[in-house]
Design a protein around this ligand. Structure first.
Ligand SMILES: CC(C)(COP(=O)(O)OP(=O)(O)OC[C@H]1O[C@@H](n2cnc3c(N)ncnc32)[C@H](O)[C@@H]1OP(=O)(O)O)[C@@H](O)C(=O)NCCC(=O)NCCS
Length: 143
């Protein structure tokens, strides 16, 4: 498996994985916007020439990363691809002290995944998603 920066040619596959894995809907323009504002924070996992997953993060400040999306294609889950994407992201932003994200409070699998990767739930945010669902803010302090 290779982890590499997102390229324009990956757009359709990334959008497909997002649409089948994430509950929130994102436009193509939104992916391009995120790529434009932080190209080093948009990574894909490629396995045998296929996109198996991706991660998108932005940098709210020099020592912080906020993960906006992380998804692994259904057929490729539980193979440590999500873990590897997360590790590689942090490796590419070595000054990061705090990494955080929001996750739906009913997304038990993702919460377990993040806890396994050292994140803790900091607080609940009501009415966070467009359908009115709540989120947990989860964070990991690195140093
Ligand atoms: C969350 C997600 C990215 C995890 O990706 P993944 O590549 O399958 O995760 P990994 O294989 O790296 O999992 C690492 C560990 O996390 C935990 N974990 C991962 N998925 C889990 C699940 N469905 N149930 C329970 N624990 C889980 C396990 O401890 C796992 O280790 P193990 O397989 O040795 O038990 C993936 O399930 C996904 O794309 N989900 C849908 C999208 C989503 O919810 N994204 C997060 C939104 S913020």
């Amino acid at each position: 498996m290779v982890i590499r920066k997102f390229e324009y040619e990956d757009l359709d596959e990334v959008a497909r994985i997002a649409a089948t894995s994430l509950q929130e809907e994102y436009t193509i323009d939104f992916f391009l916007y995120l790529w434009q504002i932080n190209p080093n924070g948009f990574l894909v996992a490629e396995k045998n020439g296929k996109i198996a997953g991706f991660i998108v993060a932005v940098q709210p400040s020099l020592n912080e990363l906020r993960i906006l999306m992380l998804a692994v294609d259904k057929d490729y889950r539980r193979q440590k691809i999500g873990t590897t994407l997360l590790r590689e992201l942090l490796f590419r932003f070595p000054g990061t002290r705090r990494v955080y994200l929001e996750v739906r409070t009913d997304n038990k699998e993702a919460i377990k995944f993040y806890e396994k990767n050292g994140f803790i739930i900091k607080k609940k945010i009501n009415d966070f998603y467009t359908d009115g669902s709540s989120a947990y803010l989860m964070e990991k302090i690195l140093f």
